[in-house]
Design a protein around this ligand. Structure first.
Ligand SMILES: Cc1cc2nc3c(=O)[nH]c(=O)nc-3n(C[C@H](O)[C@H](O)[C@H](O)COP(=O)(O)OP(=O)(O)OC[C@H]3O[C@@H](n4cnc5c(N)ncnc54)[C@H](O)[C@@H]3O)c2cc1C
Length: 443
């Protein structure tokens, strides 16, 4: 019996097993939807493990038009949950070797992150996080006093600061350059990238179907080996579906494995396969100052825990960040001019010299965090659609965790397991099962 699916692709239509037209169907072992820093890292890690029949599909004419191009580029191991600390450890080690290993600059600057507590409760929280970080092998997280903090940034108002933590290997990278490095290396190994190509649908078929219903161009080809590759990753159970291909504005791609790396748009992409993914877009705004010499040329990312205001040097100016608690979910990417006054108030309260900083609102920008209910990423196979993998919902940490995420997904696809973390913690099933993770150090 033929499987009840129909796919349309460049040059022809495939209807219930009958190929109408002679054009070859595009096939790939793995299709990655989205070429931001996460999709690029997945492509790189698959290729490094020998899986090069990979096609990355990106709707924009250039890479980096999603959240990746809007990021502040911060990387840190100072998290509160084990899984985030482990992902950061792998990723920061990777960034430190990136230029040599990938052959492209990451522009990793180990300037550190300096958390400043303004009450004993915050300080106790930093202390217990530090114990966990040390226990997981992050060796250089130091307790710092008010006087130490004043030495880092003498212009900081420290009268209400009771202490903090500093980790030298935290710092910044250039997200665009990391993304390009991953993709260039992946392409050099044979991965294909289709720009200007929108994914418009994902074809599935009942999981129990054999090769019936699979386009002939797919049967018995190299692409078919993917069915073996994903053994252990997505076991077929009665009632579930499996991936048959991806519909795009450029035609149909026959594949058994799809990686959803669509950033803030991930829930829509998951919905194309009939899967539910709890990822919501949330606007974040960043404000660069004009050249500003009243702060040191080099200092860490400073986090004022009383308000969440944080800042770092960016070239000749200072990059100011604060997550407005009044922001509501939605695809809002306009910068709101009124935000400048709000953030400058927090800035001047902590660093009085910043009251003199000049800001051109036209140089400020907004982008989207991809939020999950517990502020942790969702990484792993979709429970109900065999062959569909999620690598989404980074909740503000997608740049810093891109190396680990790419490696984890490549491991799960190719080996069905990973030794980098206990990946079951990040599976989407945790929400239905009530096994949420609690990370409070979200910036
Ligand atoms: C203001 C701001 C500051 C941030 N600061 C930091 C930070 O300091 N450190 C940090 O680690 N993270 C930070 N982040 C978060 C980080 O930028 C994201 O988590 C990360 O970039 C996500 O990468 P991605 O590749 O998953 O998504 P994206 O970069 O958004 O890429 C997704 C891609 O999918 C494509 N796409 C979507 N739908 C389709 C479709 N149907 N067909 C084809 N293509 C499609 C999009 O065009 C896009 O290119 C920040 C984010 C913002 C907004």
């Amino acid at each position: 019996m033929l499987a009840p699916f129909r796919c349309v692709y460049a040059g022809g239509t495939f209807y219930g097993g009958v190929l109408i037209a002679t054009t070859m169907t595009e096939t790939a072992e793995v299709v990655i939807i989205g070429s931001g820093i996460v999709g690029s890292s997945v492509a790189y890690h698959l290729a490094e493990q020998g899986c090069t029949n990979v096609l990355v599909v990106e709707r924009e004419a250039h890479q980096g038009k999603g959240s990746t191009g809007k990021s502040m580029g911060g990387v840190r191991a100072q998290f509160s949950t084990a899984v985030n600390i482990q992902m950061s450890r792998y990723s920061i080690d990777f960034f430190a070797r990136f230029d040599e290993v990938v052959g492209h600059p990451a522009d990793y600057r180990a300037h550190g992150y300096l958390f400043c507590a303004t009450n004993e409760r915050q300080l106790a929280y930093l202390h217990s996080n530090r114990e966990r970080q040390l226990g997981l092998g992050v060796k250089n997280v130091e307790l710092v006093s008010r006087a130490d903090i004043a030495e880092f940034v003498p212009q900081l108002r420290v009268d209400d600061i009771v202490g903090g933590t500093f980790c030298q290997t935290d710092g910044f990278v250039d997200p665009h350059s990391v993304m390009m490095g991953f993709m260039l290396k992946a392409r050099a190994r044979g991965v294909r990238l289709w720009l200007d190509t929108q994914v418009t649908g994902i074809e599935t078929e009942p999981a129990h179907t054999g090769t019936a219903g699979v386009p002939p161009a797919f049967q018995g080809t190299e692409a078919d080996s993917s069915l073996r590759l994903r053994a252990g990753g997505t076991p077929a159970v009665p009632g579930e579906s499996k991936i048959a291909g991806v519909m795009t504005s450029r035609g149909f791609i026959s594949t058994r494995i799809v990686v959803n790396a669509a950033g803030p748009w991930a829930a829509t992409v998951a919905g194309m396969a009939g899967a539910h993914l709890p990822v919501e877009p949330l606007r974040r705004q960043l404000v660069p100052t004009e050249p500003f010499n009243s702060l040191p040329q080099r200092f860490p990312m400073v986090i004022d825990m009383s308000t969440g205001f944080h800042f770092r040097r960016e070239g000749k100016g200072i990059l100011l960040a604060w997550n407005d608690p009044e922001e509501t979910p939605g695809f809002k990417t306009d910068f709101e001019p009124a935000f400048v006054e709000k953030i400058l108030t927090h800035a001047a309260t902590r660093v009085p010299a910043l009251a003199e900083a000049e800001v051109n609102p036209r140089r400020a920008w907004a982008g989207l965090y991809e939020m999950t209910p517990d502020h942790h990423a969702i990484i792993g196979p979709a429970p109900s659609v065999a062959g569909l993998y999620f690598v989404n919902g980074f909740s503000g940490h997608g740049v810093m965790h891109s190396p680990a995420s790419g490696r984890i997904i490549a491991d799960l696809i190719l080996q069905g397991r990973t030794n980098l973390i206990d990946a079951s913690q990040l599976g989407v099933e945790r929400f239905a099962a009530g096994r949420l993770l609690a990370e409070t150090a979200v910036l």
